[in-house]
Design a protein around this ligand. Structure first.
Ligand code: GDP
Length: 312
């Protein structure tokens, strides 16, 4: 990417897209294009094609998607498969029609088979049953990856797909009912500290292990791959190691400065015992995650405290 290349970030308000946009701005890219969904409805083929024809874009980061937790996936399966198929089909095809130099499509490690061995290697995709609760989402994402590969084969495009692990960062979801564990615990420990509560409830046994990637690291990896990778085969993006929920809770407790206790609630299910991706491929390409979990948590906590009045 040249400093004046025209770069489109689709989904620039989300956790991933906003991090990619920040990284591009920080690196001095000048010719950036992004629109909110009210200005440009990516589900509308005509609008998308007209936009690409008008803008003549060089590079696309396709981070726009309908995403959600288990409850949303369960309640709105049709919306998940339809919106994601429409968004990615429209953007990928318009990128091809208008000769975009390169496109990066965001997959997700939650679309690997439910019982794939850990750490997850790229070659495990499509080797087994999917997790039933997010199948409509996963099938749409898998179609997007295959679409990039098929366009590359048939039309000679350079469309690449990446598989980010669990992420955290600014613009995360701090709603306790629908959020993931890291933002949920940051909020719970913060509120417990403010109200002098004796304990903070942490769901499950504390034993499951998870990997946490800061969204700025993810964005850095996406820019790196845009510059150095051309193959259609997927690439995992992760930190390469995981920690237990108990260790996470203790780390968050210390970052927040909470002095009370931690109460595990084993009546809430643990879910998958472990979620970790194999990062051998991206490391061999020359990229590694840089932000330690402690530094990342401190940054997100500072951000959260600034925004907390509006979140609460
Ligand atoms: P998962 O990675 O898809 O399982 O999603 P989560 O991030 O929601 O949960 C990861 C693990 O953290 C699970 O074992 C949860 O039971 C555990 N956990 C502990 N406390 C919390 C909490 O307050 N909120 C959430 N979402 N998970 C929690």
């Amino acid at each position: 990417m040249e400093i004046n290349s025209k770069i489109y970030v689709a989904g620039h308000k989300g956790l991933v897209g906003s991090a990619i946009l920040r990284a591009l701005v920080n690196k001095g890219f000048k010719n950036l294009v992004y629109h909110s969904s009210s200005e440009l409805d990516l589900r509308d083929r005509q609008q998308v094609l007209a936009f690409f024809e008008e803008e003549r874009i060089d590079y696309v980061f396709l981070a726009a998607a309908k995403v959600g937790g288990i409850a949303a996936n369960n309640d709105y399966p049709a919306d998940f498969i339809r919106d994601n198929l429409l968004i990615q089909t429209n953007v990928i095809d318009a990128a091809y029609q208008t000769d975009v130099s390169k496109l990066l499509f965001l997959g997700s490690t939650c679309i690997y088979p439910k019982f794939a061995p850990q750490p997850l290697k790229e070659e495990y995709l499509l080797t087994g049953e999917l997790e039933p609760t997010n199948q409509p989402y996963a099938i749409a994402k898998i179609a997007g990856i295959n679409m990039c590969q098929s366009y590359n084969r048939q039309y000679g495009t350079k469309f690449i797909s990446v598989m980010p692990t669990n992420m955290y960062g600014p613009n995360d979801n701090f709603d306790l009912k629908s959020s993931h564990v890291l933002p949920a615990l940051l909020r719970k420990f913060h509120e417990a500290k403010e109200s002098n509560s004796k304990t903070v409830e942490v769901w499950g046994s504390g034993n499951p292990k998870r990997e946490f990637l800061h969204s700025d690291d993810l964005a850095d990896a996406c820019l790196f791959l845009m510059a150095h990778y051309e193959d259609g085969e997927i690439v995992n993006i992760g930190v390469g190691h995981d920690i237990s929920i108990k260790e996470l809770a203790e780390l968050i407790k210390s970052v927040v400065g909470y002095e009370g206790g931690i109460a595990f609630n084993p009546s809430i299910p643990d879910g998958t015992p472990r979620k970790l991706v194999d990062v051998t491929k991206i490391n061999a390409l020359g990229w590694q995650a840089k932000i330690s979990l402690e530094d990342g948590l401190k940054a997100v906590y500072a951000e959260f405290r600034k925004e907390y009045q509006t979140i609460a």
